[in-house]
Design a protein around this ligand. Structure first.
Ligand code: NDP
Length: 309
């Protein structure tokens, strides 16, 4: 019987207990799932950074830690965590992000605000261009960036993606490295940030790089707050280099009420809701990954501790 410790915020237990129990059974695993196992007895930990476990030193039997979150920046530097750490790659999380990104891209592409907010009796014949005339760049071509890029390409957008390593993704022009970043940003009309937060990605969108974009470009950030130099973005919004920024993530969350983003007429703030891990599908991923470990197979979606994601 495997002992699996569930360490997330208390409300998450109500959402996950039944899906995890069912998924373990479906995977043929005999599991004692609980929130109060002694750390020294635990085989696996289902983990969120807002749960009770912060020191992994006593977890001497633990074979792997399964994160419920895709972003691991708050745990990757924990020196007590010596066990393998798997991040969350979940069908529900991915499809939710695709829907959010496509929705906000289409809002800007079609100029919906003009018609929804501007009900002022003016008959405006301002046709939007076709998607094929609107170059979109996605920074980060991982589980989420790739799926969003392919969905946007299916709608007709020419999509360029940027990653750390060379990639080959159908429907996306893939670039990497510093020169690749300059090429990816030059002339882009929509930029979507789906990079992880690491020392290497901080301020990826700075003043110099914002200046490469097409005048009036749209920024959509569901990645992480530190990816953007906030002062540079505010300046670029004020001088019309950037037309609008839709921001879901921030350096400080919740975004402080006096932050200039709240009141800025060209900024949309959403409260870190672009997507979330869905218990039914995520439970299956965790169960399958634990099954792999028990069968002697390598775990999927392992975090590269040196790269930070
Ligand atoms: P992945 O780890 O699958 O993908 C990360 C991508 O970023 C990869 O393509 C990677 O390159 C690239 N990358 C990382 N570092 C660099 C770098 N220094 N230079 C260039 N490219 C880099 O992550 P996911 O797609 O699953 O998630 C992305 C992020 O989305 C998460 O880290 C999280 O911060 C955020 N997120 C936000 C949510 C929200 O609700 N707002 C919900 C879920 C996630 P390579 O392919 O070469 O490794």
């Amino acid at each position: 019987m495997l002992k699996v410790l569930f360490s997330a915020k208390p409300a998450a237990w109500d959402e996950y207990e039944t899906p995890l129990t069912r998924a373990f059974e479906a995977a043929g695993l005999q599991v004692d799932l609980a929130r109060d196992h002694a750390p020294s007895d635990v085989d696996y930990i289902v983990f969120a950074p807002n749960g009770p476990v912060t020191d992994f030193t006593p977890c001497v039997k633990t074979k792997a830690v399964m994160s419920l979150w895709a972003g691991v920046e708050t745990v990757v530097g924990n020196h007590t965590l010596t066990q393998p750490l798997a991040r969350m790659v979940d069908h529900g999380l991915t499809r939710g992000m695709v829907e959010w990104v496509v929705g906000h891209t289409m809002r800007h592409h079609l100029g919906m605000d003009t018609h929804i907010l501007g009900q002022d009796g003016v008959w405006r014949l301002d046709y939007p261009p076709l998607a094929e005339a609107r170059p979109v760049t996605i920074l980060g071509l991982g589980a989420l960036g790739e799926a969003c890029g392919q969905a946007l390409n299916t709608l007709g957008f020419p999509v360029t993606g940027w990653s750390r390593n060379p990639k080959d993704v159908s429907g996306i022009k893939c670039l990497h490295g510093e020169a690749g970043l300059t090429e990816a940003l030059t002339g882009a009309q929509v930029v979507i940030l789906l990079l992880p937060s690491t020392p290497a990605t901080e301020n990826t969108l700075n003043a110099d790089r914002l200046a490469l974009l097409a005048k009036g470009a749209f920024i959509i950030n569901p990645g992480r707050g530190p990816l953007i130099d906030d002062d540079a973005l505010l300046a670029a919004l004020d001088n019309d280099q950037i037309g609008h920024a839709t921001l879901d993530v921030f350096r400080v969350e919740p975004l402080p009420t006096d932050h200039p983003y709240w009141a800025h007429p060209k900024v949309t703030v959403t409260p870190h809701i672009a997507s979330t891990t869905r218990p039914d599908t995520a439970a299956q991923i965790i169960a399958q990954n634990i099954k792999r470990g028990e069968d002697g197979l390598p775990f999927l979606h392992l975090v590269d501790r040196n790269a930070g994601y």
